[in-house]
Design a protein around this ligand. Structure first.
Ligand SMILES: [Zn+2]
Length: 311
C-alpha cells in the first residue's frame, strides 16, 4: 500500500491521539529515527506510547501485520529519541520523526531450550510458547537472528525478525515522508543517536540500509552539493551583507552558529558551494569572514560590491 500525506496526516493510517507531545513543530524535519517498541502486542505498545504515564510518545507505530497507526501530526514534536545527537543536531526530538516498529528486540538464551525476554518471561525456543500464560511468539525464537550487540552484551542474543508486511509499511511510510518533507536527509537508528549508549533499537534484524537507500536516492535526485570552491583572495570582490543573517559552521550544518553578520557590513568571501535549504531548494552558500567572525551564509544574504572592481 502506498501512503498519501495531507496536512501532516497519513490518509491511510489509523489515527490515534495523545496528549504526550512537545510544544510547536519539528525543525526541518531533517530525518527519521527507526525504533523497536520492545513489546509483544500492538495494543500494549499503543497504550505505552499514547496513554501511559511514561514520557514516551511517537508520530508513527507499525504493527507486526503491517498496520500503520499515527498518534499526532507528522511534524509535531514527540518524545521518542531521549538524550540524543546526530551530527550538529542536539536533541533529536526537535528535528526527527519517529517510527516505532512493534518488535520485542532481543531475548536471551538460557541454554536449556528456553529464552528469556527483558521482562523475565521464559519462552520455549522451539515452539515460542510462554512458560506462564497462553501467549506465543509469532515465529519460534530458534529461527530468529542470532547476534551480539555492543549495547546489550557480548553474548549472542536472539533478535525477533521483522515480518515482510511490516517492513513494506515502514518502507512506504519512509517514501511518503520523503515526498512530503523535502528537508528529510537522514535515516538513523535510535542506537546511533542515543548519547547515553543505552539503546539497541531497531537492532541487527532491522534492514536500516534498505530505508536509508530510499532517503539517499532522493538526495541524489536533488543533486546534493558536489564540492566547495575556495577562492584565491586576490581575485575576489568584497561582499555587502544585505540583511542581518546568522552563519553556519559548515555548508551542510543545519543549525546556525553564534556568529551573526549585520546588514550593511562588508565581508570577504573565502569559498562557495550549494546546499538544499529547509524548503528543499538548492541555494548558493558562501563562506565569508568579517568583523564578527566567519561562517557559511546563504547567497541571497550577500551581494558583490561594485566599487572595487579595479582593485
Ligand atoms: Zn527507541
Amino acid at each position: 500500500m502506498t501512503f498519501t500525506i495531507k496536512n501532516h496526516w497519513v490518509q491511510e493510517a489509523t489515527a490515534l491521539s495523545t496528549k504526550k507531545k512537545g510544544p510547536g513543530t519539528l525543525k526541518g524535519p531533517y530525518g527519521i529515527v527507526y525504533h523497536f517498541t520492545s513489546g509483544w502486542t500492538t495494543q500494549g505498545d499503543i497504550a505505552t506510547l499514547t496513554t501511559s504515564d511514561r514520557q514516551a510518545s511517537v508520530q508513527f507505530i507499525v504493527s507486526r501485520d503491517g498496520k500503520l497507526y499515527q498518534c499526532m501530526p507528522a511534524n509535531s514534536r514527540a518524545w521518542h529519541a531521549g538524550p540524543s545527537r546526530y551530527k550538529d543536531l542536539i536533541g533529536c526530538n526537535n528535528y526527527f520523526i519517529g517510527i516505532e516498529i512493534c518488535n520485542i528486540g532481543y531475548v536471551q538464551d538460557l541454554h536449556n531450550g528456553y529464552v528469556k525476554d527483558e521482562y523475565g518471561n521464559v519462552i520455549s525456543m522451539r515452539t515460542g510458547e510462554f512458560q506462564s500464560g497462553t501467549r506465543k511468539t509469532t515465529t519460534p525464537p530458534s529461527t530468529w537472528l542470532k547476534a551480539s550487540s555492543a549495547v546489550v552484551g557480548k553474548e549472542l542474543y536472539y533478535w525477533e525478525p521483522y515480518p515482510a508486511a511490516q517492513l513494506e509499511t515502514v518502507e512506504q511510510l519512509t517514501l511518503a515522508l520523503c515526498a512530503a518533507y523535502p528537508t528529510i536527509k537522514y535515516g538513523v537508528s535510535h542506537e546511533e543517536i542515543d548519547t547515553r549508549g543505552w539503546k539497541s533499537d531497531p537492532g541487527p534484524a532491522f534492514p536500516l540500509a534498505r530505508m536509508r537507500k530510499i532517503i539517499d536516492s532522493r538526495k541524489i535526485d536533488k543533486a546534493e552539493p558536489t564540492g566547495i570552491t575556495y577562492f584565491p583572495a586576490a581575485t575576489l570582490k568584497r561582499l555587502m551583507v544585505l540583511k542581518n543573517c546568522p552563519a553556519h559552521t559548515a555548508p551542510d550544518a543545519l543549525e546556525p552558529t553564534p556568529v551573526m553578520f549585520i546588514k550593511g557590513s562588508v565581508v570577504f568571501p573565502a569559498a562557495k558551494t550549494k546546499r538544499l535549504d529547509g524548503a528543499g531548494n538548492m541555494r548558493d552558500m558562501w563562506l565569508i569572514y568579517g568583523d564578527s567572525g566567519e561562517g557559511w551564509v546563504f547567497g541571497d544574504n550577500v551581494k558583490e560590491m561594485t566599487d572595487d572592481a579595479s582593485t
